[in-house]
Design a protein around this ligand. Structure first.
Ligand SMILES: [Zn+2]
Length: 224
């Protein structure tokens, strides 16, 4: 989960309060209206959310979310429990289907939000390159550890084949770098799971340093 910097609310969501109230009323009547019908600039909204993440999933960072069925708009606070927040700009995220399905209608106040000012991957998590699992950073405070644990569980970040996909990707990437088919600095926005690499990469200044780092030993486990 990369940190996101969200720009100001786009004008086409100016009616978010009114629409939220109307949506809430419909829900109270037991109806389940198609929420996105209100937004005439629906395609624009998706593009704007995609700009925020550079086409990656806001939670697992998978990329690219080009296939229509894989790209969804996720409500951080679910519509079923917070109907009035349905059209709130800060509640909307581009998400892959896997993350969205894992979370479903669940919410917890401790869930980490990628566009929160205090959020930073390395503060809450560590990457285990051997298993491909995202783990809780044991150096974080008890409260932070709890938040990390809830976030991993709620978005299913270690469910299914996800850890394997990450460690396979890491091996593949090292190979590509060795063959000089990928240059990290140049291609970094199109990498899968950018959070796995960015912390260290930001500290390394030259392409040669980065390549040496990724192709020789790789990041030590728990280093991040
Ligand atoms: Zn995802």
């Amino acid at each position: 989960m990369m940190k996101l910097t969200r720009p100001k609310r786009p004008g086409y969501l100016d009616n978010y309060k009114k629409w939220g109230r109307e949506y809430n009323e419909k829900r109270k009547e037991g109806l389940k209206p198609k929420w996105h019908k209100k937004i005439k600039q629906w395609e624009q909204l998706k593009r704007d959310l995609a700009k925020l993440t550079l086409d990656h999933c806001s939670f697992c960072d998978s990329y690219p979310l080009v296939a229509k069925n894989k790209q969804t708009v996720e409500h951080f606070k679910p519509r079923s429990k917070y109907p009035k927040l349905t059209y709130v700009w800060h509640n909307l995220f581009l998400s892959c289907e896997t993350c969205q399905k894992a979370k479903g209608d669940n919410f917890n106040k401790k869930l980490l939000k990628p566009d929160a000012i205090e959020y930073d991957f390395n503060r809450y998590f560590i990457m285990n390159f051997k298993t491909g699992k995202i783990e809780v950073n044991i150096r974080a405070s008890q409260e932070e550890q709890e938040r990390a644990k809830i976030t991993i569980a709620m978005y299913g970040l270690n469910h299914f084949d996800r850890p394997k996909a990450r460690s396979d990707y890491y091996k593949w990437l090292k190979n590509q770098i060795r063959k000089q088919k990928i240059k990290i600095n140049q291609d970094k926005e199109t990498l899968f799971y950018r959070f796995m690499f960015f912390f260290k990469l930001n500290l390394l200044s030259t392409e040669a340093q980065i390549n040496r780092y990724l192709t020789t030993k790789g990041p030590p486990f728990g280093f991040f």
